[in-house]
Design a protein around this ligand. Sequence first.
Ligand SMILES: Cc1cc2nc3c(=O)[nH]c(=O)nc-3n(C[C@H](O)[C@H](O)[C@H](O)COP(=O)(O)OP(=O)(O)OC[C@H]3O[C@@H](n4cnc5c(N)ncnc54)[C@H](O)[C@@H]3O)c2cc1C
Length: 280
Amino acid sequence: MKAPDFDYQSPETLEAALALLADADGMAEPLAGGQSLMPMMNFRLAAPETLVDLNGIPGLSGVAIEDSWVAIGATTRYCDLEDDKEVIEAVPLIAKVLPHIAHAAIRNRGTIGGSIALADPAAEMPAVLLALGGEVVLQSASARRTVKADDFFLGIYETVREPEELVVAVRLPKAKPHDRFGFHEIVRRHGDYAMAGCIVAADATLAGVRVAFFGVGDRPLRAERAEDALAGSDGGPAALHAAVAALSDLECDGDVSTSADTKRHLAGVALKRAFSELTA
Ligand SMILES: Cc1cc2nc3c(=O)[nH]c(=O)nc-3n(C[C@H](O)[C@H](O)[C@H](O)COP(=O)(O)OP(=O)(O)OC[C@H]3O[C@@H](n4cnc5c(N)ncnc54)[C@H](O)[C@@H]3O)c2cc1C
């Protein structure tokens, strides 16, 4: 199928893009890499009256490394992050995760802001944001606000972002020298969306642990009871067993091929493998 008719705008400044969104009464959609939006339009799952192309706006892409944070501009493409040694040194989890996002052709166009704004529950980047305790910077024509990852995702393709707001940056905390990360996703083929995935982030002594899942519920999910089971533990089999048992209340949802119970089982498998990677 072909997309329905739409108007196309290519603003050259952030202010112009925000003004277009403010005037559109919810009928305009930002266009970033187009890797999700264009297929959705072609399948007629999305029918915006106007596309506001963000690609010509200088300053919306690029990375700023600060004292404790890395600020990544919304239209920064995955391929640029993959090649950025400073980013990978500051946020080593990114190097583990990026090769698992789709395929090189899609990573050449797809953007971090597009992934966070879309909030696909099976996408890796929203779970990275949640596991690291990152932040999303939102801007409208009249205001700018920063939202913590824990408060950003509401449900399937749903976030706290208002239609007239843009994601302008994603902020990730810089890793401290002995921080450790584990990542594992269960997929039918490399590059597919995950059936279940898990990210574990911890400091050197396991005093602080964050566990985030993707592909198992209606949004990226934090597993705070599993975190409690691992935090302060010796990281041995008993602690891991307790963490997996603590997934009993994880808000798993089934999909067309996989029941909620199977998703919970896969979440446990992904947690064990991600944690093994972290402790290896
Ligand atoms: C075959 C295929 C396989 C894929 N596999 C994976 C996968 O395994 N893992 C994964 O994570 N992703 C996967 N993707 C999706 C891909 O990563 C997308 O690039 C990403 O989800 C969206 O980024 P984008 O820049 O292309 O956004 P777009 O498609 O341009 O936009 C997506 C949505 O976000 C909105 N949006 C975009 N930017 C902003 C912004 N700055 N502020 C506010 N709203 C904005 C758009 O209006 C739209 O609603 C796959 C895509 C394809 C086609």
